[in-house]
Design a protein around this ligand. Structure first.
Ligand code: ATP
Length: 239
C-alpha cells in the first residue's frame, strides 16, 4: 500500500473563465484525520476537490500530499499517490456489472490475485455489493450505487479518501449507512476529506471542518465547536 501523508492546500484558486469559484482557500487533512468541508450549493466545494485531484485548472501557493507536489503531476497519477475519489453523482457504469465497476477502480484493471482479494474486501465492507455482484450497476438503487462508487474508490487502496456529497439523494437511513462506512474506514486509519451540504452528517463523520461560502472558507474549527456555533446552527443546521 501507500504511505500515509498529509494533504495541504494553501492559497488555492479555481477560475472558470471569468467566474472565480475558489478564492484563496487553505486547508489540511492530517494523516488518518477526518475533515469536512460544508457549504451551500455553488459555494465552491466540488471545485475545491477537483482542484486537489487535478481535474480542473487551478493555482495554489502550495498543493501537496506529503512530499508530492500535486500541482506537478497529472490527474491520472494522483490516484497512484494513494488518494481515492468518490465523485458527486456517483458516476458508476450503469451498463456494466457491479463487479466490473469495482475492477475498473483498481490500478491494474485485470483479474489477478490482488484484485480478487481487494474485491473480496469490498464485499466484506458492503455485503450488498457481493449479493449483487453480477447485476448491472444501473439496476442498483441510489444508495447501492453510492456504496459501489465508494467501493470502486477503495479498490486502489487509498490512504486518503475524498468524497463529494455522498449523501446526495439518499434517504435518512442510507445517509446513516454512508456515515457508518466513513467512520469505519477512518477507524481503520484512512484519512477522509468529506464535502457535504449535509452539515449534521459532516459533524458526525469528521473531527475538523471548514465552512465554505462564495469560494472562501469563512469559518473553521473542530466539529464539536462548529456544531454549537450560533451562525452555523442558524444557517447550516436550521436551528
Ligand atoms: P454543489 O453543491 O452544486 O456541488 P459546490 O459548492 O460544489 O456546489 P461548485 O460546483 O464548485 O460548488 O461551483 C462553484 C461555482 O463555480 C458556482 O458558481 C458554479 O456555478 C461555478 N462553476 C462550477 N463548475 C463550472 C464550470 N465548469 N464552468 C463554469 N462555472 C462553473
Amino acid at each position: 500500500g501507500h504511505l500515509p501523508a498529509k494533504l495541504v492546500a494553501d492559497g488555492l484558486f479555481v477560475n472558470y473563465g471569468g467566474v472565480a469559484a475558489v478564492r484563496g482557500v487553505s486547508f489540511a487533512v492530517d494523516i488518518g484525520q477526518s475533515v469536512g468541508i460544508i457549504g451551500a450549493n455553488g459555494a465552491g466545494k466540488t471545485s475545491t476537490l477537483k482542484a486537489v485531484l487535478g481535474l480542473v485548472h487551478r493555482r495554489a501557493e502550495k498543493l501537496a500530499y506529503g512530499d508530492v507536489d500535486l500541482a506537478r503531476i497529472p490527474a491520472r497519477k494522483i490516484v497512484r499517490e494513494g488518494i481515492g475519489y468518490v465523485p458527486e453523482g456517483r458516476h458508476v457504469f450503469g451498463g456494466l456489472s457491479v463487479e466490473k465497476n469495482l475492477l475498473l477502480g483498481a490500478y491494474i484493471q485485470r483479474w489477478n490475485a490482488e484484485t480478487k482479494a481487494q474485491v473480496a474486501e469490498i464485499y466484506d465492507i458492503f455485503p450488498v455489493l457481493g449479493q449483487m455482484r453480477t447485476r448491472l450497476a444501473g439496476a442498483l438503487s441510489g444508495g447501492q450505487q453510492q456504496m459501489l462508487a465508494i467501493g470502486r474508490a477503495l479498490m486502489s487502496k487509498p490512504r486518503l479518501l475524498v468524497l463529494d456529497e455522498p449523501s446526495m439523494g439518499l434517504s435518512p437511513k442510507l445517509v446513516d449507512e454512508v456515515l457508518a462506512v466513513v467512520k469505519r474506514l477512518n477507524a481503520a486509519d484512512m484519512a477522509i476529506l468529506l464535502v457535504e451540504q449535509n452539515a449534521k452528517l459532516t459533524f458526525e463523520a469528521t473531527t475538523y471542518c471548514y465552512v465554505m461560502e462564495n469560494g472562501k472558507i469563512e469559518i473553521e474549527g473542530t466539529a464539536d465547536d462548529l456544531r454549537t456555533d450560533p451562525r452555523v446552527r442558524r444557517i447550516y443546521l436550521g436551528i
